[in-house]
Write a protein of this length. Structure first.
Length: 104
């Protein structure tokens, strides 16, 4: 049964995460009946461990646009701004529309 977004707690890192409506639809389409027990980061790291790879190291940073704390999978350099996912998407869409309008 697909409902709205659900707040869950990761069994590995104990941090809250959102099980979105879209993720619920994906799980239902594949016949999964249980909610995920791990957050997306812990799920990815668990998969990497099973493949014999090192887990992804996340780094806490402050978004250059909105000032919120976020985590990124790379070590930021001081010379370039780092954005949260929301601001990054907004900037990416504004840049693509600027490039498209310049091409005309």
């Amino acid at each position: 049964m697909v409902t709205g977004d659900v707040q869950l707690v990761c069994r590995d890192c104990q941090k809250p995460f959102v099980f979105t409506h879209a993720e619920q639809e994906y799980y239902a389409a594949r016949g999964f009946t249980n909610q995920p027990l791990r957050c997306p980061t812990c799920r990815a790291n668990r998969r990497r461990r099973q493949l014999g790879l090192a887990p992804v190291e996340m780094h806490e940073v402050t978004c250059a646009a909105c000032g919120t704390m976020t985590a990124v999978p790379f070590l930021p350099r001081g010379s370039r701004p780092v954005y949260c996912s929301g601001c990054f998407e907004r900037m990416r869409h504004s840049e693509s529309s600027t490039v498209a309008s310049q091409a005309l």
